[in-house]
Design a protein around this ligand. Sequence first.
Ligand code: COA
Ligand code: AMP
Length: 638
Amino acid sequence: MSQSSSRYHEVYQSWRNDPEAFWGEAARDVSWYKLWDQVLDPYMGQYGRWFAGAECNTAYNCLDRHVEAGRGDQPALIYDSPVTDTVRTYTYSELTDEVATLAAALVDIGVKRGDRVVLYMPMIPEAVMGMLACARIGAVHSVVFGGFAANELAARIDDAKPVAILSASCGIEGSRVVQYKPLLDQAIEVAQNKPKACLILQRDQAVANMIPGRDYDWAEVIADLKGRSRKADPVAVKATDPLYILYTSGTTGQPKGVVRDNGGHMVALKWTMKNFYDISPGEVFWAASDVGWVVGHSYICYAPLLHGATTLVYEGKPVGTPDAGAFWRVISQHNVVALFTAPTAFRAIKKEDPEGTFIGKYDLSNLRTLFLAGERADPATIQWAEAKLKVPVIDHWWQTETGWAIAGNPVGLGLLPVKYGSPTVAMPGYDLRVLDESGQEVPAGEHGTITIKLPLPPSCLPTLWGDDQRFRDSYLSQFEGYYSTSDAGYVDENGYVYVMARTDDVINVAGHRLSTGQMEEVVATHPDVAECAVIGVADQLKGQLPAGFLVLNSGVNRDSKDIEAEIVKLVRAEIGPVAAFKNVMVVPRLPKTRSGKILRATMRKIADGEDWKMPATIDDPAILDEIKTVLDGRRAAG
Ligand code: COA
Ligand code: AMP
């Protein structure tokens, strides 16, 4: 398709001409109890707030609104779980009833508007119901990904201070049953803030021990409420009230509580469904992510339902449940029109089925588009997917902080020509500027930090939970008047964005955002470790993998293999299996600058086999040779 047939430039320009008119118009697609006083109040909050003065309810817009409009019998949510051999569909009426009942359960537990509720759940419909039930009564949910360990859960509990926790007895990882309840119990024990109540969904694969007076059986509570037809109605909340907190990795061990509001979030997400993803109400949209990540929040739970589409909750993996044809089976069985996943999922499929043999076994005629995000989409993966699926493959770049695409190729507005390696162009709402270290804009094609000129568009975080100062320090203080994405890259002369690397200690492992700084904090607690560095090294499947370099305390003469194994176990126990921390090695010394800063970037280049220059500030150049020798030894050992 040629560039001229896309409406993108015209629409982007209309946003530039009058941002408030643009978002005010988009907001007409949402149902409000009270309209806003101002589309953007520039003086409210940290950089302005969207739809100030308005009142709304997100769950009402996701559910009741469609039932009232006559879509009650349309499928709202399809649950497909190859790991439990289950397929179940909920219509909009059924999902509304389930959510209204669960919302009543929360009210009965004592959850009030503004209270927080933590969810620690596998990929089952009850996770989505839990999120919507909170939204319905104005409570603020915080979903914690199941791959995080008890300590990580505890850190989030202590920051969010939930009144209640929703969880399940277990998750299922391929053929492995992961017991969630012992992790939850341990987290609550460690946490300073104890929730009043836990609602626990008992699954057949594992029965959780219940703590009397604190734990309630989900199914029993719901059955009792249904027997009494007790439901909770949606309540009016402020557009600027928080809908959820989603913790994401920052530079340190303390995760950042990204806050999402109600009004702006609905407006932006609803806009994307047609204009970006080209989805019509009634169509099946599948984001093969997890509700624990932002993609799951925005595109498993909220956006498809706001739009009256059908969402798909998939409890399985791209490979191994049972094979590399899993995605194609789901697409054909449920008439999926668009799939959204991370490039790593495609690399996993390609590794198992390089010829794409499984693809030919299924009818994929309904599939129109594949969307990729969460990490840099390598051109080889995009080209393989294009060749095998014969649909447009759309890379788009976003962050937990934004909740929707910063840059992408807007299918709904008409495709722009694809340039491999670029997620295409800035979306309306985002005024991207690439800045050098002194805050000067660099010319097209030159590298720098990619920033967004304030204000951020609707749906982007207004602040970090309970910490305005950290929000300003993390995002706004480096370049006055701009939000720093902490992604480095460039914009070419046609406005195409290239996102190349993070400027901080964040790495991206299998589409999961992780902090190497946090891993270092954990590794450093081992009694034999004097100092350590964790870096992200390139990996063909997962994009990046963490690698830990340890210097042992003098006098330690234990077998370094034992210490390395203990450290792998420690990180798994403290952060969780999601860290995929398996690669650790003892080295004699760490390379540093004369002022004592560890030269992580140079270490990464050596580990990745890239060209590297001896840093001028290095204290002792011989140390880099020592590191190279250890790495070469590891490679030789396979
Ligand atoms: N609960 C408990 N454990 C979990 C978990 C969960 N929800 N999710 C992952 N884990 C575990 C895995 O079982 C694995 O454990 P192991 O070390 O014992 O094997 C570990 O955490 C690492 O998981 P992951 O890195 O995801 O590897 P994997 O081999 O299980 O799967 C992929 C690899 C590529 C299939 C998978 O990572 C994937 O589908 N990624 C897409 C990510 C995504 O959707 N990102 C959101 C942006 S779209
Ligand atoms: P998360 O907050 O987990 O969504 O991770 C956001 C980070 O993932 C971004 O800051 C980027 O570093 C990276 N990322 C996400 N999508 C892309 C993409 N399409 N291209 C390049 N990097 C991406």
